[in-house]
Write a protein that binds this ligand. Structure first.
Ligand code: ADP
Ligand code: ZN
Length: 679
């Protein structure tokens, strides 16, 4: 026996487990090392010593990477949790914890964000009574605890974050704030920088690798004590972490859709648990996952029910787009008067836009375009078709065929509406470009701007748009949901949702929740800066389905009513957050092979169910063609695993995937635990 020890090392390769290496010198868990792998050299993270001698010949670690001190043990635990919970190779998970480049010889000062003068302490606004209560209740916690700051739009959640961070800094600790990438604008960073000056580091997708590396070292070596960033900022090991904040915790963009498919919000809560610090989740429309945890007492609930300065929430008006019957002469005159309007523009919306623009204020129209297939609706009664098994909308194929993208149910589309037996079902399509050109015709001389993924491709585009809205140059803003969030324009007094039904009819069990969030967040943009005595902002929602659950509650600003109702709906079919869900996506360039593998996977799932008795509580749905049936040359099928027993889905999925030796070449199987996107 020599002194040489064996070590588990997570190497940068698609291997499910860490590999065993030898090394003659002492090593520490969390140390980055250089190792041989096959014929190449790669990086690995030491997870700890092992005395299990593998059957094959053990190779030796080449060297320690002296640039990095060992990662803290709690941080390595967090990385191990990510890998095991999301079924992602451990070696590929840990790579994200290091910056892209080598440390600069000298950290250059020139690239730093300009130092912004701090506000004097006495200029801080007095907290509203609700802000004060929430702040004090959260500040009373030192160790791990999760808090939901449930505040209506404009209630001053950010001010509560700032006070909490201030307190954490005074205690000599550090803070981490996660925000959705889209809201990580200079405006937001400035708001934090005005309070904390150059203690702020920021990590987002627009940084160069050099900037990212410098920010990483500034945080890790303690020169910056507050890190604000998009979800990936979690992978920067902040020392002495005293608080984690997740703003807009309901945002689907916290979920990474590729490679390690983690949810930044959930991973933040786990980090708080491992590092024993409080975690604050903030939202006006909490995800049902978070709401359920708050209802069950796992999270502490802190409501902010009012906007600051007694500003009222906007008025929400719901407009019925179903065909108006010309019953009497007066009605006939109205229909006549507005006959020049396109079908998507109601007389009410048209008149309100005129009024707002006459006062020199702004309007914004939203259209949710994520609908990938055309929606099928009865223009007389508003009926749309849903899957009898899955409670999600059926999608139209080849003009006549309706399909469920969860369970593969099929039916022929009937011409006559099966509900009112009067109207004829129609496929409706609409886009932001069409809206823009119709508006230009209806409002000649007005400045119209469009914000969708075609027009706004970079942060600079978005900032340019924000500046033109702030200066009042733009009269009408038209866009997709990308502009529904976080923005704050003083002159914006009217917000219109052109066709709410697009959101209702997405083939996704979260469609109703998404619609509710979108309507509420979008409404929150209207009338944010009204003065005393001024009438509140206005929101107009146009729809064929005025009785849709999301609308009925949103028009009354009733989040709680909505959440409790929707939780019951989810429970009936064991959808999250009541049950747990995993999606397996099968994809490849040959349709036949993809279908065959999808069926093979389903058979494996069924036989696994019969082998293990507890697995009778696991439901297998599909395989079915994904709603996005083909993407970038790859055909896509999916199989869904659902269970009322949360603890079963992870081991079931692990066993179902197995060693993957059974997967034919050319086919990829991508596993998504707690999926957010089922298209
Ligand atoms: P939220 O994040 O809840 O939507 P914000 O934190 O953006 O709300 O606050 C809305 C507006 O109210 C901001 O302009 C903010 O500066 C201001 N504000 C927040 N708290 C107070 C307060 N206690 N007194 C006066 N103004 C406040
Ligand atoms: Zn179905």
């Amino acid at each position: 026996m020599s002194d040489t020890q064996l070590w588990k090392v997570a190497v940068d390769a698609p291997l499910p487990e860490a590999l065993t290496y030898s090394f003659a010198e002492p090593l520490r868990r969390g140390q980055l090392v250089n190792v041989p792998l096959g014929k190449r050299k790669t990086k690995g993270l030491v997870l700890g010593p092992t005395d299990q001698v593998p059957e094959f010949q053990v190779k030796a670690i080449d060297s320690i990477d002296e640039e990095y001190a060992p990662l803290p043990d709690t941080f390595v635990k967090w990385l191990e949790w990510l890998s095991s919970y999301y079924l992602h190779p451990v070696g590929q998970t840990v790579q994200s914890a290091f910056p892209p480049l080598k440390k600069a010889d000298k950290q250059r000062a020139s690239k730093r964000a300009p130092v912004i003068p701090q506000l004097e302490a006495d200029k801080l606004p007095d907290l509203t009574p609700e802000q004060k209560t929430s702040f004090e209740a959260i500040a009373a916690h030192k160790g791990f605890s999760t808090h939901l700051l449930f505040g209506v739009t404009g209630s001053g959640k950010t001010e509560v974050y700032l006070r909490l961070l201030d307190k954490v800094l005074k205690e000599g600790k550090r803070g981490l704030i996660l925000v959705p990438e889209i809201s990580l604008t200079p405006q937001l960073i400035q708001r934090f920088a005005r309070r904390f000056g150059d203690k702020i580091a920021a990590l987002h997708s627009q940084l160069t690798d050099r900037e990212r590396t410098n920010q990483w070292w500034d945080v890790v070596e303690g020169r910056k004590s507050i890190l604000i960033g998009a979800r990936s900022a979690l992978f920067c090991p902040v020392p002495d972490l005293g608080l984690i904040i997740v703003d807009e915790e309901h945002e689907p963009s916290y979920k990474q859709d590729e490679k390690l498919k983690y949810n930044g919000r959930d991973a933040a809560v786990m980090m708080g648990k491992l590092m024993n610090c409080p975690v604050v989740l903030g939202s006006a429309t909490p995800s049902l996952e978070t709401w359920k945890n708050a209802q069950e007492g796992k999270y502490h609930l802190h409501p902010l029910k009012n906007r600051v300065a007694n500003r009222s929430l906007p008025d929400i008006e719901v407009i019925d787009l179903r065909q108006q019957k010309a019953d009497d002469d007066q009605q006939k005159l109205i229909i006549e008067k507005y006959s020049h309007l396109p079908y998507w523009m109601s007389p009410q919306l048209y008149e309100r836009m005129h009024e707002v623009m006459e006062r020199g204020d702004q309007s914004a129209l939203f259209l949710n375009r994520r609908g990938i297939a055309q929606m099928v609706v009865c223009p007389a009664c508003g009926h749309t078709r849903e899957c009898p098994n899955c409670d999600i909308s059926l999608t139209l194929h080849a003009g006549s065929h309706l399909v469920c993208h969860y369970c593969d149910y099929h039916e022929q589309m009937k011409k006559k509406c099966p509900d009112c037996k009067e109207g004829e079902l129609e496929a409706v399509g609409l886009g932001t470009e069409l809206l823009e050109s119709d508006l230009a015709r209806l409002f000649p001389g007005k400045v119209i701007a469009r914000a969708d993924r075609d027009e706004i491709q970079s942060r600079a585009d978005l900032e340019d748009l924000i500046a033109r809205m702030e200066s009042g140059e733009i009269d009408i803003l038209v866009g997709t949901q990308m502009i529904a969030k976080g923005l704050d324009f003083p002159k914006l007094k009217l917000v219109g949702l052109v066709l709410a039904d697009v959101g209702f009819n997405l083939p996704d069990f979260r469609a109703t929740e998404r619609s509710f969030q979108l309507i509420t967040q979008m409404s929150g943009r209207s009338g944010r800066h009204i003065k005393e005595g001024e009438s509140p902002g206005l929101v107009i929602i146009q729809t064929f389905n005025t009785e849709h659950d999301s609308l009925v509650f949103a028009r009354n600003h009733d989040y709680e009513g909505f959440a409790n109702h929707e939780l019951n709906v989810r429970g009936a079919l064991n959808y999250p957050p009541v049950g747990r869900l995993v999606s397996f996506r099968i994809q490849g360039p040959h349709l036949g092979k993809v279908e065959e593998t999808a069926r093979l996977l389903a058979r494996r799932a069924q036989s696994l169910k019969t082998q293990v008795p507890q697995y009778n509580l696991v439901e297998v749905l599909g395989p079915a063609e994904a709603a996005l049936a083909k993407l970038r040359g790859q055909f896509r099928y999916h199989l869904l695993i659902k269970s009322s027993q949360a603890s079963l889905v992870n081991p079931f999925s692990r066993q179902l995937l197995g060693d993957q030796e059974w997967v034919p070449s050319g086919i990829k199987i991508l596993i998504d635990i707690d999926p957010m996107n089922l298209l």
